[in-house]
Design a protein around this ligand. Structure first.
Ligand code: SAM
Length: 290
């Protein structure tokens, strides 16, 4: 087997050979630490049964690790300049398909049907940080069958995904992620594990999709509208936040009654509610405010 990527020497060699120019707009920071790579694959629990979707393979560093651990890897890369490089670095793996496309435009559900018979896939990636939230929310909201998503993200974003009420990092992203999945921070990763070095800290987070939803909500879209309205005006009371939100159309009286039904003070702020309470609030509106 040719020497694996994942150590700085081999990565620099490939980059020089192809005179590859890093593109900031694509969030290109390539991993050069084999320990971190092993940790990611281990945390995702990739086995020879699995189909893995990799988002943004770069020069194929993590793809090589995934190809050895998984049954099949589908890697989606937006940057045309990386495609010839991937052809070379992944030449000896016959279980990898590279798709040259913007991940936000790919029909992942269809991909899962074609490559995994609709069974749950694993998503593993060192994500381009500029589109972390749309990628993760897109995966959850499009009902792609998923076992877990194990990804490198900005440290601050990983923190936001796993906190609850009472933390300054708690927000709409925390609630959205926790509605769909159980978050677990696998490792913090310093800038010197990448080339070029990002100017923020990073963390690997695993989001294990709930087998059963943690709360029962009749209208999840309504719940997320309420959540967004509450956090858009963080310093306001929940009541004012909901009254002023353009996409929440209940009357002042209905809003007051809904908050009262939670058994919390009328002056409570939205940031004090947990997922269960937001679900209760949404269900109150669905049942009583037709
Ligand atoms: N996986 C590689 C590694 O760990 O060394 C590269 C990770 S780098 C942080 C992010 C990768 O995502 C880059 O290869 C970048 O070109 C790619 N990318 C950026 N935006 C993308 C998009 N919208 N769709 C698919 N890939 C994208």
């Amino acid at each position: 087997m040719r020497e694996k990527l994942g150590n700085p020497k081999n990565t620099i060699e490939v980059i020089q050979k192809y005179q590859f120019a890093f593109q900031k707009k694509f969030g290109q920071n390539f991993l050069i630490d084999p320990h971190v790579l092993d940790k990611i694959i281990g945390a995702a629990g990739v086995t020879k049964e699995d189909m893995v979707l990799e988002i943004g393979p770069g020069i194929g560093t993590m793809t090589q690790y995934l190809a050895e651990a998984a049954r099949e890897v589908v890697a989606v890369e937006i940057d045309n300049n990386l495609i010839p490089i991937l052809k070379e670095t992944l030449a000896e793996y016959d279980n990898v398909t590279v798709i040259n496309e913007d991940i936000l435009k790919v029909d992942i559900k269809k991909l899962t049907e074609e490559h995994n018979g609709g069974r749950p896939i694993k998503v593993v990636a060192n994500l381009p940080y500029y589109i972390t939230t749309p990628i993760i929310m897109g995966l959850f909201e499009s009902n792609v069958p998923i076992d877990n998503i194990t990804v490198m993200v900005q440290k601050e974003v990983a923190d936001r995904m796993q906190v609850g009420p009472g933390s300054k990092d708690y927000g709409a992203l925390s609630l959205a992620v926790q509605y769909y999945a159980e978050p677990y921070i696998v490792a913090n990763v310093p800038p010197n594990c990448f080339i070029p070095r990002p100017n923020v800290g990073s963390a690997v987070i695993r989001l294990t999709r709930h087998k059963e939803m943690p709360v029962q909500v009749a209208d999840p879209k309504l719940m997320f509208r309420l959540i967004r309205a509450s956090f858009n005006q963080r310093r306001k009371t929940l009541q004012n936040g909901l009254n002023n939100a353009p996409d929440v159309s209940f009357t002042k009286e209905q809003i007051m009654a809904a908050i009262e039904s939670l058994g919390v003070p009328a002056t409570i702020r939205g940031e004090a509610l947990d997922l269960q309470q937001f679900a209760q609030l949404a269900n109150y509106f669905t049942e009583n405010c037709k």
